[in-house]
Design a protein around this ligand. Structure first.
Ligand code: ADP
Ligand code: MG
Length: 709
């Protein structure tokens, strides 16, 4: 897929084309002259109609004063009738007015701003030599890519050069070609990089600025970049802002030099702010039940197309890795900011084309993306506000199609979130989950974690990232980190104990439930379009002497602070704990593993293995005895020592072995696969058991898990 596209304009490109875009046969120079004349006449006609044309409710695109090239592009793309937002915003945009447009998710906003962009450049006879004419800014790379694809589809008969400028691509390649572009579709960070570093970047002739998902582009996360970009653009220009949750902030409009914009909101008077055919439900769950619920949900909807939203990248990473190991009956695809761009593009493309698939994503997938035929959107972690909710849920039920959305809430989140949604005119029903439909994969997850320290580390990071994300939320009435049942959340992820969240001690909260504390921190940067972990926290003035060995669960933090001053050496001596594992995260934070329970207890495992070993020996002894008796009774040939391990063959029905102990009981685990006399105890396993004292820790762990499960 082309990520950077330039349609070079040769003289031949001005030759009239047939409907399939190929030049007509014949004398080119004459046709060329004819074409220029034709174009002039067309442009004159079109501009005249801008002020006279009347747009009716049931109109089609051909009723608009649009160029033939645009109309043909629309016809080829199977677009006949405009949607409400297109009907109401295209004409004022053609007239050169600034537009502030708000319309529901999936209502066709992309074409509503692309058509005026094409037309504006066309009637101004824009060529490659005129340089940059229009900028379309979006908050995420995937959305920029999607818009670029729409431009390629609808604008292919025009001769403008269009470029996709997003992070994660070849900067040099972009730099060399940037000055040739007429339309740039970009994310704010990358555009600013070019503005700052690229001497070829020139916007003297610039005419149109479009912000898709405008409220997001203008919010705190992109504030610095957007202010710098706006500062570099000529003041005289046309500005179009589009979003489902539009900004009405006068400050934002002033930042953009928008004076008297036309406000277009075709759905404002409707009963609901979300698409009419979007069925919205919520369910209230304990934190520790979320993983089980999602697993059961995927099992029950394996033939559908689903998007699951998580609060952080690290949760997506862990849930994806562990669910993939559990082998669900559905293709899983992860999408989050920390992935490299090529992977992101591939996953985006694959999710578009597949039907039975689940995309596990952060909010980089929540804005604007028009994935076809999504049946379900699940918000596993509570959205920050209604805006985030509306955009996530809006990935389904796009443009008159139906879809379902499920919001998962913790008991403490329910009241606040439901009230918030009702206030914003979002219709949502409470549903409960049939307990019989729930399947817990926890035993398998624990065994995977016991076998893979890397996976365990990923689980810990997911845990910590989620807790941090809750602590960083602004709305403290809904998001109360102290009310999280961290122990059961850790267990649900397969961890034996809750990892210590150093971040919590920094901001004055113990890593336990029911501690009341006032947390006030700020989010400095957003997750979208920044790589890796993006939360940064204001340094707390509070002493960070968190005592992990705290005894009381509900003891406030203040009682944990040492009153007596200690020297560095004393602190070091005190904090030296044997068997303590410290791993360093990419951020440089040390992650200390103090808790002995968290380390797999090898002594315990050995004792269990000895038990199993003894039971095995006992059983084999009985089996050998049975064989001897059988042979004696039959008066057959002498027993061969080498064959003593072998069980009688299946055909040997003369031996009654019903008296033998039930192997499941011996193993105290119903999952053991040996049944009666049909299966033999593998020699390999026996050998390992006999050599139990020689094996390594990892081998012992694996063996224990294999035997115990
Ligand atoms: P929004 O930006 O409002 O969320 P999009 O621009 O992504 O919505 O459009 C949603 C879907 O509707 C896309 O698949 C798009 O191709 C389709 N669409 C847009 N306009 C029309 C139209 N006039 N007729 C038919 N389909 C349309
Ligand atoms: Mg859109």
């Amino acid at each position: 897929m082309a990520k950077f596209k330039i349609k070079t304009k040769s003289p031949a490109s001005n030759v009239p084309k047939t409907t399939n875009g190929k030049p007509k046969e014949g004398k080119k120079p004459n046709k060329f002259k004819f074409s220029v004349k034709n174009e002039d006449a067309e442009i004159a006609q079109l501009t005249e109609r801008y002020s006279t044309v009347k747009i009716e409710e049931n109109c089609s695109f051909s009723d608009f004063p649009l160029s033939k090239k645009t109309l043909q592009g629309l016809t080829q793309g199977q677009y006949k009738k405009p949607t409400a937002i297109q009907r109401e915003s295209i004409l004022p945009a053609l007239q050169g007015k600034d537009i502030l447009a708000a319309a529901k998710t999936g209502s066709g906003k992309t074409l509503a701003f692309l058509i005026p962009v094409f037309e504006h450049l066309y009637i101004n006879r824009w060529t490659r030599l005129d340089g940059l004419g229009a900028l379309i800014i979006t908050p995420t790379r995937e959305l920029a890519l999607q818009i670029f694809e729409t431009v390629a589809k609808i604008g292919k008969l025009h001769d403008f050069t269009t470029g996709l400028i997003i992070g994660g691509q070849n900067l040099k390649f972009e730099t060399k070609r940037l000055h040739q572009l007429n339309i740039i579709i970009c994310t704010p960070g990358r555009l600013l990089q070019h503005m700052d570093q690229n001497p070829l970047f020139d916007c003297t002739n610039f005419k149109m600025l479009v912000l898709d998902e405008a409220d997001r582009c203008l919010d705190m996360g992109f504030e610095t970049a957007m202010n710098a970009i706006i500062g570099n653009l000529p003041i005289t220009r046309q500005t179009l802002l589009f979003s489902a949750t539009q900004t009405k902030s006068v400050k934002d409009l002033a930042r953009l030099n928008m004076k008297d914009p036309v406000y277009v909101a075709p759905h404002e008077k409707e009963q609901y702010t979300t698409p009419n055919r979007l069925q919205q439900n919520y369910v209230v769950l304990e934190l520790g039940d979320k993983l089980m619920m999602l697993w059961s949900f995927l099992k029950a909807h394996s033939k559908q197309k689903i998007i699951v939203f998580f609060a952080t990248c690290k949760q997506v990473k862990y849930f994806y890795q562990i669910f993939r190991k559990l082998r669900p009956n559905i293709l899983l695809l992860p999408l989050y900011g920390g992935m490299n761009q090529e992977k992101r593009n591939n996953i985006y493309g694959e999710f578009c084309t597949r039907n039975n698939v689940c995309l596990m994503a952060t909010d980089i997938a929540s804005r604007g993306l028009d994935f076809p035929k999504v049946n379900w959107v699940v918000q596993l972690d509570c959205p920050e506000d209604t805006t985030q909710y509306i955009h996530r849920a809006g990935r389904t039920a796009r443009l008159n199609t139906s879809g379902e959305s499920l919001l998962v809430l913790l008991p403490q989140e329910e009241e606040g979130v439901v009230a918030m949604l009702e206030k914003t005119k979002v219709p949502i029903n409470k549903i409960s989950i049939d307990q019989k439909q729930l399947f817990s994969p926890i035993v398998k997850i624990q065994s995977f974690l016991a076998q893979s320290p890397e996976l365990k580390e990923t689980a810990k990071r997911a845990f910590i990232a989620y807790v941090k994300s809750v602590a960083l939320m602004k709305n403290k009435k809904i998001f109360d980190v102290a009310k999280l049942d961290l122990d059961s959340y850790a267990k649900s992820l397969g961890l034996l104990v809750a990892p210590r969240v150093r971040f919590l001690s920094k901001i004055g909260i113990k890593n336990v439930k029911n501690v009341k504390a006032d947390v006030s921190v700020t989010i400095a940067e957003d997750e979208e379009d920044s790589e890796g972990e993006l939360f940064t926290v204001k340094q707390s003035d509070k002493p960070v002497l968190d005592q992990a060995q705290s005894t009381s669960d509900s003891c406030p933090v203040s009682t944990q602070v040492h009153k007596k001053k200690m020297t560095k050496v004393k602190i070091l001596k005190r904090s030296l704990v044997t068997n303590k594992k410290i791993t360093f995260e990419e951020s440089g934070d040390a992650n200390e593993n103090h808790d002995e329970d968290e380390v797999y207890d090898i002594e315990k495992a050995r004792a269990q293995l000895r038990l199993v070993d003894a039971a095995d020996k006992e059983r084999y002894k009985d089996l050998r005895k049975a064989k001897r008796i059988a042979k004696k009774e039959k008066g057959k040939r002498k027993a061969d020592d080498a064959e003593m391990d072998e069980f009688p063959s299946e055909e040997d029905d003369s031996v009654d072995l019903n008296w033998l102990p039930d192997p499941d009981k011996v193993y105290k685990n119903g999952d053991h696969t040996e049944t009666g006399m049909k299966e033999q105890v593998p020699k390999k396993k026996r050998k390992i058991i006999e050599k139990i004292d020689d094996i390594t820790l990892t081998e012992a762990e694996q063996l224990a898990m294999n035997l115990l499960l």
